[in-house]
Each structure stands twice: as C-alpha cells, then as structure tokens.
Write a protein that binds this ligand. Structure first.
Ligand SMILES: [Zn+2]
Length: 408
C-alpha cells in the first residue's frame, strides 16, 4: 500500500482554486486546473510514493500484475487497471458529449485504424477499443445536463419560453412524444445550417431572457443554462440541445451514472468521477474540440428518463455506502467514519479481492493493511494492491473516503 500522487490536468474549463484547495496547495493557481487523475492511464499515470522515491503505477502493474491486481482481475480485464478515478472541477461548461457502447467502440476503433487516422490525431473519435461508462458524484453542488427529459415536460419548457421559432418543434414533439420525436428534433438542430442556427439560437436566448425577467421560477435553471451556454457558444446547436436534456443539480454525495449513448454536459461544480479506462468521447457542440455529429447520432440513446440521480445505499457494516452502477470495470462506495467510530480501528472489507483506490475528501484517517500503514487526509489518495487487502481504518475526526474497486 502506498500514497498516490495524482496527475493534475490543466484544461481551460477548470478552476484556479478548487483542486488546489482540495489538495492543500496555494491558490489561485497559475493555470485553471480541471482534473486530478488517480489511475494507470498511459496519458498521465499516478505515482506511488515509495521509500525509494516515486514510481509510476503503470510500472508497478507491469512488474507484478497478479500481486497488484489479483488473479481474478487479470483474468477479467488483462494486466491493466480497468478504471480511472478523477477529481473534476468545472468552472465553465464542458462539451456536449456521449460515449460509445463496447461494440461501437471496438468497431469504431478498427474502422479508424483502417482509415489510418493516427490515434493521437485531433479528428480521431476512437482512441481505444473500450466503452467509457462514467459515474460522477458531487463533492459540492454540481450542475449538469444529462439524458433526454420526458417529452411532456420539454413541451412545457418550450411553451414557457414563448419563442415562435420553436413552434414547429413543439408541434412535432406533441405528435410524437417519444424517443423518435426527440431524435427528429435533435437531428434537425444539430445538423442545421449555420444561418438557420444564427436565427434560432438568438431567438431562444431572447426567450430565456424574457422568462428570467418575468420572475417565473419553474424553469429558471433551464433558462439560466440557455443564457450561460449562449454567452460562451453563440450560434451553437448545443444551446438548443440543452432544452431537451434533464437539467440536474446534484447535492453533495448525489451522483449521475452515464451509460453508453447518454447525451450529457457538465456545467459547473466539483465532483469525484470514476470511469472505465478509456478516452472515447463523441462531441456534438459547446466545445472548440473536434465534433463529429454523424458519429454522435449513431451512438445516441434518445430514450427519455426523468430520474437520473444515483444515491449511495448503505452496505451491511454501516460505514460503507455503495453507488449501484452496472459497469463491470468499476464499483464506487463511500466510507464514512463519524460518531462513536472515531478513535477506534474499524474493519473495511471489500466485496472481492481486487485492488482499491482510496480518496479522502474530508477529515483524516490512518489506513492499515498487510502492506503497511498510511495516513490519508483531505485531498490525498492511496493505492491498495490486491496483495495488501483487506484494510482497517482508524480516524481521529469525522472522515469520508471514496473507495473505487473493480465491479462485481
Ligand atoms: Zn462524459
């Protein structure tokens, strides 16, 4: 068991304060810090802090895959860590995106290989042959768009904005209030010629301004999001697409699970994100990066869903709550030590024998394992190899740990 030094990623949409404050470094930082990666991703692996200095987690896995990952994990996923843990801090909206299914990713990766598009090329969609299910859990209030809203509610929103140019789409959705209607409207918008968008997007922005001025509150978040996105990306079809998606505010501890084909955009906030170890993103707008609309349309799931918020469920021992997610690559739980448990050594077994990444988001605790002892405090993380487990915890104050393991 070793402390992990995460890799800070500086993207323009990041925060100059959130990740620095989380990890106890001076803030504001010189560059916006968007993500802090804890994993064995070849693009930016975390470093194990050993007595002999720092060592890449990738090198440790390569030298002793069975000891680090366990034989069962190696048999299921090969000799690599199948998940990646991130702290994500968004000061500005991220791109409108979806991720492919395992089949779509394998097929797309091979197709782009045959077309001889270099894996690192900006116009490459599929950088690996894997799917990329994601779970984001809010650390403070987290704002996002995720999944298509049930159509009757979307019709109410569009009517509330009172934009004449939206009338044809309200009619279309009223006649076909299902995935087919959503596909038709979204496809029309996302493929619309720029001159059409230059009329429709400003009209919707005007509708949102008038709605905000009216003092009505029912769709205030939706209208505010239209204005925020419209200010940064004027004339972008993603502003229109936001009308079709669930506008979600997560409270701390609440999450969203994003399966293949789920259209989403993170708007603002700090969270812990755990995902399959893949880079496969199909973007549809709200970004200066590569956008591939036909490929996005191929993978999107237009099935509307109202309640997309995931809450953790207490596991029998009382300190662990598990987020119920179906991806085989990862399982995420929260270990909370408070009240009478402070000052005592507590068993924290996992449901299987694979590796764990522990990330402390509050408080401080000693972690005991076969492979030694480390102290975690807010913003620090530990790698617990398969050989190190199980762990025992001894906290001196109320403490929260995120635990990521391989899924069952
Ligand atoms: Zn995503």
């Amino acid at each position: 068991m070793h402390l992990l030094r995460g890799a800070v990623r500086t993207y323009a949409w990041g925060s100059r304060t959130a990740i620095a404050e989380f990890t106890g470094r001076p803030s504001p930082t010189a560059h916006p810090e968007a993500e802090l990666w804890f994993g064995a991703h070849p693009g930016d692996p975390a470093m194990l802090k050993t007595d002999d200095g720092e060592r890449s987690l990738i090198d440790a896995l390569r030298d002793d895959p069975e000891g680090q990952l366990g034989a069962a994990v190696c048999a299921r996923f090969g000799e690599t860590l199948p998940f990646l843990v991130k702290v994500l801090a968004a000061d500005e909206p991220l791109s409108l995106q979806a991720h492919p299914s395992a089949e779509q990713a394998a097929e797309g990766f091979e197709r782009e290989n045959k077309l001889q598009i270099p894996v690192s090329a900006p116009n490459r969609n599929y950088r690996d042959p894997s799917h990329k299910p994601e779970l984001i859990v809010a650390l403070d209030q987290f704002e996002a768009l995720a999944g298509f809203r049930p159509v009757p509610r979307t019709i109410e929103l569009m009517r509330a904005l009172a934009v004449t140019d939206l009338d044809p789409f309200v009619h279309l959705l009223s006649g076909q209030p299902d995935a087919g209607g959503l596909r038709a409207v979204f496809t029309t918008w996302i493929t619309a010629p720029q001159p059409d968008l230059d009329v429709l997007v400003p009209a919707v922005i005007d509708g949102a301004i008038n709605y905000m001025r009216s003092g009505k509150s029912e769709f205030a978040n939706e209208a505010k999001t239209v204005l925020e996105l419209g200010e940064r990306y004027p004339g972008d079809a993603g502003v229109l697409a936001s009308l079709l998606l669930n506008r979600i505010t997560l409270e701390p501890g609440e999450g969203i699970y994003l399966p293949a084909g789920n259209l989403h955009a993170y708007i603002n906030g700090v969270g812990v994100e755990v995902m399959a170890n893949s880079d496969n993103v199909l973007r549809g707008g709200l970004t200066p990066k590569h956008v591939d609309v036909p490929e996005l349309l191929r993978v999107l799931d237009f099935t509307p869903a109202a309640d997309v918020v995931v809450r953790s469920e207490v596991v029998e021992d009382g300190i662990e709550s598990l987020y119920p997610t179906p991806a085989p690559e990862f399982a995420v739980s929260v270990l909370r030590i408070d009240g009478d448990r402070i000052g005592h050594e507590i068993d924290a077994p996992t449901r299987h024998d694979g590796p764990q990444i522990l990330l402390c988001t509050e408080g401080s605790t000693v972690v005991h394992a076969k492979g030694g002892t480390v102290t975690l405090q807010k913003g620090s993380a530990a790698w617990v190899s398969a050989d190190d487990g199980p762990i025992r915890l001894a906290a001196t104050e109320p403490t929260t740990l995120f635990r990521s393991t391989v899924g069952i």
